[in-house]
Each structure stands twice: as structure tokens, then as C-alpha cells.
Design a protein around this ligand. Structure first.
Ligand code: WT7
Length: 650
């Protein structure tokens, strides 16, 4: 983790630019305080007002907010707008097309992996496409409440499928298309999905990924696990369609099971453009999205319809100070919560125009992000510190080649941002005139929970602002199928409060500085990984006797994985073995979890009761020689041995 804050840098305060304030929804700090106060003191009225914008088939029957946040007083629960009937898809599409006359407005500017591949989709077109897809899903047997797994790259069909599910009351479970077949299988089995929607293949930078083959392997794993729930696999013809007539087509074999598989184009294109939305209860499930858990098993975070709609739409509007003529771009993948909340639902609820980007930051060249900003005239830009640190490496020249004068607000998300990266983002990308909103939140919170507002909050590079304690509409409603884990993970430690798992400090001005995870979770390039899950993957190698994984600071990724591996007798620690071990992690979890360091550990530092002392391992990984009190260690010689085997380079 990159610890934010050198004293001299954090002292400088950046005030909101006046031209932004003139037009802003929240134009100054006092108006922010008034809004904050109302949301804290009168949450019911605050959220009732926010709900006015949306369409409710039936109004809520009782209180807007009902909750118990205190485990000592019974089961944890929170409900917003209970009893009201609505539909997410209707609110983000039909309402914009029919009531707000935005049918011709562009919803997405799709930009492919290659700059030559692009496409615009208006709200009107999106609505029709979603209806066709919703009808096709119904034809394949999907009903209200059924779970649909989505394993798609960043293409319009990904948003279309999510919204189609929302329209018919099915629950989508999107899995980031960089996860391995085993990770996909684990998620399909946990949520008992009946349909899988995937694509033939996709280029990510220079790498062609055979998504259908990975999907087939995942479905085989589901069989092996005795859980063959997927009846139909819908396959978007993406790579082969774009590459048709070229040699590229031959690079990809699409395995096919005629009984189970159908091409998207065959079942969606012929469907009707009309599909009545299913009116759902405000608290009916909208989607499940898996996030790493400290026990190793991913948690299926459950979000519901109305609260998530209110929360993502309101935070999008205020945090990016959204206006009708904005062009907004969030570089995240929709397979993560950032994409769900701030590429799909939040922007659509506001009738925003967004860039939907399939590619990577450095392909075909290191100025790609800046090229896209110029191409579409992006005014609000939202990315991750890890991407900023990567692009910073190439200096200002690739940035200065492009006209970035359209930019108004910059945002970051995913991990603490170090002041160096914040300043480069602010000065080189934002040309010193765009506020940087550092948004702290989680899969579980559904939307931003700690963040400055661009026209209202004086900024300190690397810090977050105010906190609150009551439930907010976007908070998760549970872990799918596991109320006990939900309560113990988030509510038991401090009764009456939701616990994020992060540490933070508060400075003299009341600014909060997030210092990083306090549990056994690591944040690699803005992705949360569980040490237990990586340890589990490494342990499946036949040569491994015991393993412990810790985090080590990394200049680009923020944190990277450092693994201590004890081999079984008769096995030798070789370069090939290290590669095999990395391969295991890629196979079990996915490339994002690939360890940077794997070191030979003839023994691990343990207490007399046999507990691994991770603090000591973290210090060895960082080459910190002063290990402090080691009196609880069963065998102190182990530390010297581990230092002697330390990995110096990745
Ligand atoms: C964890 C949540 C929120 C969407 C992406 C990650 C870390 C997130 C920040 C930030 C410091 C941050 C925290 C949090 N985190 N944003 N602005 N400053 N830390 O979602 O995978 O659920 O991870 O990401 O550690 O708990 P996630």
C-alpha cells in the first residue's frame, strides 16, 4: 500500500475553481454542509425528495427507511422505500426516452480495443435493444428472481444484458472477464445461475482471449462440482463479427455445444422491441456481485432495486457535478462495482452520455486515454490511481500531445492515492484547473461513501472528507445465501456500525485519510484480493507444504503479492517451480492475482500456538530489519533464514 501523505504536500489546499462553482449543483462548502446536515438529520425527507425524480408504480407504504444496524438488537436489516413498486430499467431507459425526451441523446460512445472500432448508442436504441434481449431471455426460460451469469468484455451487450435482467426482474451476476474458469464456476455455483451470457472472444491490448473456451471450462467445473445449473449459454458474436473476412477469424476456435449454446445474434435480433417491465418491490434483488472475502471464499454482495437506484443516481450527479452536455468517462470495467454503479446505473439514471471503453491504457500507444478524451471531448474523467501511476511513468509528453481542454472534473477510485500521483493527475492531466475527487467506497457500499464534491470541497491531495453512521440507500442488503457471514463480517466488531475493514486517520481539520485494509485483504491495482484465496490456490500445487501470502508496496500496483512457500521434503525450489506456482494462481483466480514474488521458506515464523506471524513476514518482504518484539516466536532462527532467501527482484 502506498501510504498517503508527506507533511509538506498534504498541507497545501486546493480550492474549487470559480467557473465550476457558478453552475454547480452544490456550489460551495456551506451548501454542501446544509445538504450533509439534512441527509444526516432527516434521512427520510432527504431520500424522499431524491425519489421524486423517479417513476414509482406504487408509492412506499410506510417509512422510507427501516433498519437495524445493531447486532445486539436482532438481525441486521435495512430497507428503503419498502412497499414501493418500481423497475430499474424503466427508470434509467423508458423514463429518459418517454418523459425526458432523451431518446436521441447518446447513452454510450463505445470505443473498441482498436481506435478504428467505435459505435454510438442512443437512449432510444438502447431501450429497443434491451427489450429484445429481455424477450430473448424470457424465451430461454429466465423468470423473475432467476440468476443470470454474465461473463462479457466491455461491449454494449454487457450493459444491455444487465438492463434486460433488471427489466424482467432477473438477478444479474456479472463476473469480470479477466477471471479464470474456476473463479467463474465458483460464482455460477454459489448463485445457482440458470443462464450464462458470454462472447466468443475479445482482444485486450494485443492479447486475444477466448472467452467461450473459458466459459466452457467453467461449465465443466460446475458439472464436476455437482451443480450443473446452467441450461443455456448465450454467446455474443463479437470478435468473429468484427474480424469477419480477415485472417483474425482463424485465430479463434469457438467450441460449441449445440444443445446448450445459442448465438446472441440468433435469439436477440429477431425479438420484438417491446417488453413490459416487471414491477418489482423496492427491496427485490437487482444484482449479485462477488468480492473477495478474508476467508478466501468470495462473497456474493447483494444489492436491491430502489435504494441502489437512488444512491447511484444521486452520488453520480453530485460527485461528478453532472450536467446535460457532459461527456463522462469511467475507465473501470463493468465487471467491478465501479462499472455497475458509475458506468451503468448511475450515469444512465441521470441521462448521461458516457464513453464505454473496451481497451487498455497503453494500447496501441501510451497516450490512448488522452486520445480518447480529445476524440469525444470528455468533460468528467474517472480512473484508478494504479492507471495514473502507470501513465505518469511516460511523462507529460504523451499527455500534452492531445487537447484536454474539455476536462472539468477528475475522479479516482479503488485504492489510496499517493500525493505524487494526485499532483500529477491534477497538474498534468487536469492542467491545474480540474478538481480531483478521491472517492472512497466499496462493492458493499454500492456507491461513494467518502468523497469531496468538486465545486464545494477544498481538497488536500490524498484525503477523504466527512463520515456518517446511519444506513444509506446503496448499502448491500446481504451476502447471497449467508446472513451469518454478512453480520459477522460487517456488523459484529462495532455494534451499531457498518465496518469497512479499512484503517484511517483524522487530521486537525476533520479530513479523513484512508490508510488501507486492516484485515487479511490486499489491494493490488485497485482490486481487492484475499490472502487466504491466493494461499488456497498455491496450496493446490503438489510440491507445497505450507504457504503464507502478504502484501508488499509496489510503485505501480500500490501493493503486490509476496508469497512465502514451504516445500514438501524431496522438492526443490527452482525457477520452473516458481513459474508453475504463478500459473496455479492464474488458473484458480485469474491474471490479476499473479504474485510478483515467491520466496523459498524452509520454515514460517509461528507463535508457540502455531499461528503464523504475518507481521513478521510483511516486514521481511519489505526488508525491514528492525522486527521489534519477537518473544512470542516459537523459533527465532527462522527469521534469519527467511531474510537470507529474500527475493530482491520480481
Ligand atoms: C476497498 C473496496 C470502490 C470501488 C472499487 C473497489 C479500497 C476504494 C478507495 C479510495 C482508499 C480505497 C478500500 C476499500 N478503496 N476506494 N478512494 N481510497 N482506498 O471496490 O473491490 O469492493 O474494494 O478498496 O480498501 O475497502 P472493492
Amino acid at each position: 500500500m502506498v501510504v498517503p501523505g508527506r507533511q509538506d504536500k498534504e498541507e497545501k489546499i486546493y480550492y474549487p475553481p470559480e467557473d465550476l462553482q457558478m453552475n454547480a449543483h452544490v456550489p460551495n462548502f456551506n451548501s454542501y454542509l446544509a445538504l450533509y446536515k439534512r441527509s444526516i438529520e432527516e434521512p427520510e425527507e432527504f431520500w424522499r425528495d431524491a425519489a421524486q425524480e423517479f417513476y414509482w408504480k406504487e408509492s412506499p407504504s410506510g417509512q422510507i427507511l427501516q433498519f437495524n444496524f445493531d447486532v445486539t438488537k436482532g438481525n441486521i436489516s435495512m430497507k428503503f422505500m419498502a412497499g414501493a413498486k418500481t423497475n430499474m430499467c424503466y427508470n434509467v431507459l423508458d423514463r429518459n426516452v418517454l418523459d425526458r425526451n432523451l431518446g436521441e441523446k447518446v447513452a454510450y460512445l463505445w470505443e473498441g480495443n482498436l481506435p478504428a472500432h467505435h459505435q454510438t448508442i442512443t437512449y432510444g436504441q438502447l431501450l429497443k435493444q434491451v427489450c429484445r434481449c429481455a424477450n430473448a431471455l424470457k424465451q430461454t426460460g429466465v423468470k423473475k428472481g432467476d440468476r443470470v451469469a454474465i461473463y462479457l468484455p466491455m461491449i454494449p451487450e454487457l450493459v444491455v444484458t444487465m438492463l434486460a435482467c433488471a427489466r424482467i426482474g432477473a438477478v444479474h451476476s456479472a463476473v469480470f472477464a479477466g477471471f479464470s474458469s474456476e473463479s467463474l464456476a465458483e460464482r455460477i455455483v454459489d448463485a445457482q445461475c440458470s443462464v450464462l451470457v458470454t462472447a466468443d472472444g475479445v482482444y485486450r491490448g494485443e492479447k486475444l482471449i477466448n472467452l467461450k473456451q473459458i466459459s466452457d471450462e467453467a461449465l465443466e467445473h460446475c458439472q464436476e462440482k455437482g451443480s450443473p445449473t446452467v441450461q443455456k449459454c448465450v454467446v455474443v458474436k463479437h470478435h468473429t463479427l468484427r474480424a469477419s473476412g480477415t485472417d483474425e477469424c482463424n485465430k479463434l476456435q469457438t467450441p460449441w455445444n449445440a444443445e446448450r449454446d445459442v448465438w446472441w445474434q440468433d435469439i436477440v435480433d429477431s425479438e420484438s422491441e417491446q417488453c413490459d417491465p416487471e414491477w418489482l418491490d423496492a427491496e427485490d434483488p437487482l444484482f449479485i456481485l462477488y468480492t473477495s472475502g478474508s476467508t478466501g471464499k468470495p462473497k456474493g454482495v447483494l444489492h436491491t432495486v430502489a435504494g441502489y437506484l437512488l444512491y447511484t443516481s444521486l452520488t453520480f450527479k453530485y460527485v461528478f457535478d453532472h450536467h446535460h452536455d457532459d461527456v463522462y468517462w469511467c475507465t473501470a470495467d463493468i465487471g467491478w462495482i465501479t462499472g455497475h454503479s458509475y458506468i451503468a446505473y448511475g450515469p444512465l439514471a441521470n441521462g448521461a452520455t458516457s464513453v464505454l471503453f473496451e481497451g487498455v491504457p497503453v494500447y496501441p500507444h501510451v497516450g490512448r486515454y488522452w486520445e480518447v478524451i480529445e476524440k469525444y471531448g470528455v468533460s468528467k474523467f474517472y480512473t484508478a490511481p494504479t492507471a495514473i501511476r502507470l501513465l505518469m511513468k511516460y511523462g507529460r509528453e504523451p499527455v500534452e500531445k492531445y487537447d484536454l481542454s474539455s476536462l472539468r472534473v477528475l475522479g479516482t477510485v479503488g485504492e489510496p492515492i499517493n500525493p505524487e500521483a494526485w499532483l500529477w493527475y491534477h497538474d498534468a492531466v487536469g492542467q491545474g484547473r480540474c478538481p480531483v475527487v478521491d472517492t472512497f467506497w466499496q462493492t458493499e457500499t454500492g456507491g461513494h461513501v467518502l468523497t469531496p464534491l468538486p465545486a464545494a470541497t477544498p481538497l488536500k491531495p490524498g484525503s477523504a472528507v466527512r463520515v456518517f453512521r446511519k444506513p444509506w440507500p446503496g448499502i448491500m442488503r446481504g451476502i447471497y445465501g449467508n446472513q451469518e457471514r454478512f453480520e459477522s463480517t460487517y456488523f459484529r466488531k462495532f455494534p451499531g456500525f457498518y465496518v469497512t475493514g479499512d484503517g484511517c486517520r483524522r487530521d486537525k481539520d476533520g479530513y479523513y485519510w484512508i490508510t488501507g485494509r486492516m484485515d487479511d485483504m490486499l489491494n493490488v491495482s485497485g482490486h481487492l484480493l484475499s490472502t487466504a484465496e491466493v494461499e488456497g490456490a498455491l496450496s493446490t500445487h503438489a510440491a507445497v507444504a505450507e504457504v503464507a501470502v502478504v502484501g508488499r508496496p509496489h510503485p505501480l500496483k500500490g501493493e503486490c503479492l509476496y508469497c512465502f512457500v514451504t516445500l514438501k521434503d524431496s522438492h526443490e525450489f527452482t525457477h520452473d517451480l516458481v513459474e508453475e506456482l504463478k500459473g496455479k494462481v492464474r488458473e484458480k483466480i485469474g491474471p490479476i492475482a499473479t504474485p510478483d514474488f515467491i520466496q523459498n521458506a524452509p520454515g514460517l515464523p509461528k507463535t508457540r500456538s502455531g499461528k503464523i506471524m504475518r507481521r513478521v513476514l510483511r516486514q521481511i518482504a519489505r526488508n525491514e530489519k528492525d522486527l521489534g518484539d519477537l518473544s512470542t516466536l516459537a523459533d527465532s532462527k527462522v527469521v534469519d533464514v527467511l531474510f537470507s532467501y529474500r527475493c530482491k527482484t520480481a
